[in-house]
Design a protein around this ligand. Sequence first.
Ligand code: GCB
Length: 616
Amino acid sequence: MRPLRLLAAMGLAVLGISSAWAQPVLVAADMRQQQSLDGPWHWSIDPYRDGLAGFHGEPPNARTNRAADVIAADVMQAKPRTFFEQDMQLSPVVSLPGSWIGHSPEMRLYQGLVWYQREFPATAPKPGTRVFLRIGAAEYRSYVYLNGKPLGEHRGGYTPFAFEVTKLLRPGRNQITIGVDSVRTANDVPPPVTDWETYGGITRSITLVTVPDTYVDDAFVRLTPDGSHIAVSVKLEGPKAANTALKFRIPTLGATLDGKTDDAGKWEATLPVPRNLVRWSPENPKLYDISIDAGADHFADRMGFRTIAVKGTDILLNGKPIFLRGISMHEEELGANPVRAMTPAAARALLSEIKYGLHGNFVRLAHYPHSELTTRLADEMGLLVWSEIPLYWLVNWNNPDTLADARRILAENIRRDRNRSSIVLWSVANETPTNDARNAFLRTMIGDVRSLDSSRLVTAALLSGREGNKIMKIDDPLAADLDVMAINTYNGWYTDDALEDLASQEWRGPANKPLIFSEFGADARAGYHDPVASPHKYSEEYQAAYYRATLAMAAKVPFLRGMSPWILKDFRSPRRQHPLYQQGWNRKGLISETGEHKLAFDVLASDYAKREAADS
Ligand code: GCB
């Protein structure tokens, strides 16, 4: 077999040539015909990044350094005298997706580059079809090769990316290689310090998606804000994208709409709402199959229809005021050793705790875009969703490249998920410091949300100001730019406030806007009990008392329209190393990592059950 060589072009990819970022959207890719590449992959660490550059930093070159070895795994068998050091095909095997934290005990703290490689059989793409390699998510920076040729790179750990491989696929054996580098710098999104385990590796499914030559790359279907029409926006990609006839259908409603794309391959149209349409809501999460036929493509998705708006201090779902009974969660499956490999069953287990255990109707998917499995399940189960990008804490607000990355990640998230009726809030940031550079940066993000999706509300999790002991102020200038204000508040946990005093704290904010408490919480180690009048922090009793006190405070905030306390489940966090109570876990969960309910779970559940009864 001929050795596969790293090409000079790989150097271009490493230098981040901009065309490498041009990505197809492949909206609703998970509903398309696809071949899964999940399962066994070889893996090898590369701490000095030898696979990406020569030993003097020059672009990789197969003759002078070993960079090519990673890709050219079959060299040795072909030419016994070739110098060769890294052999992926002899490297150990793991099952993907799943972060490398689960590959071996030593990988627990590894930060750097890891190579993955597998072979797979393929047939040559049929004439008139195209094939894309799609990776659901990889943390943080990915370098992707097919049959020795670089396909491109991606930065950002929580959104999908895809490369066309039609011409590179060959009949029979194919080889795919992915380098994933988990190291983030101060310019990245998020920056290095976060209060969660960022889980280096490939954490969502890898698939080959087949579409016709010209196909529906992007489609956005929703109710108009007044609820009178269904609006459809479509973008075709391919040689016949322009001036092509299309047909939009909702078969069970007998609704159809015909049209034709413009010169740019786009089509925008509206259809009066069919009389028999049932609106989606948490109580009745009605979903419809929809389709778009365009040339040879038959595009399908499944979605609900609802409106979301604000009026004064109210949040209106389908025109009716609603209180968001929520909780925050990270993307981390239940169990003693999670590896961020979300499955339908794992997502269902978490969302069921919210919907049926807590009597919730809302979930904050913190602090980054979660798996599409989760947002699809929220549609199906009837949970309203807050979706977020990881502009978290200390972002480099002055760097135009950071802004460009953040805008791309936001667009990748919104384009992936804007047909999910469950999502009602797009959040642009969490607990960021107020200053001019940050305000300008986040205003750009808010503008992007509005131009990508004007049918939903924009929010951000802010920090409050404080006047003495009694007055909490929403004084972040960004509040004026948001539809819904959101505040993370930890009085009585990170502060010395006595729990008895919380209920008399008064919240002041800009008039006429709804507020959500996007976080409040206290750590408790499951099973640590301190049943006395004044329990210690970290005990289940303190956490329960903290919840009672904070809920009493919340009940008095006249413009509060929802909450998503921190957090459903204990989650891994490298910052949390208290030897007795934390041991590498943030313990603010209402359930432990293995699913035991703490006392505070029932405190929140009974508050929500009362609100639910009052609202029905
Ligand atoms: C916060 C952060 C969240 C942390 C949490 C905590 O305000 O938004 O990421 O995990 O507090 O536990 O301190």
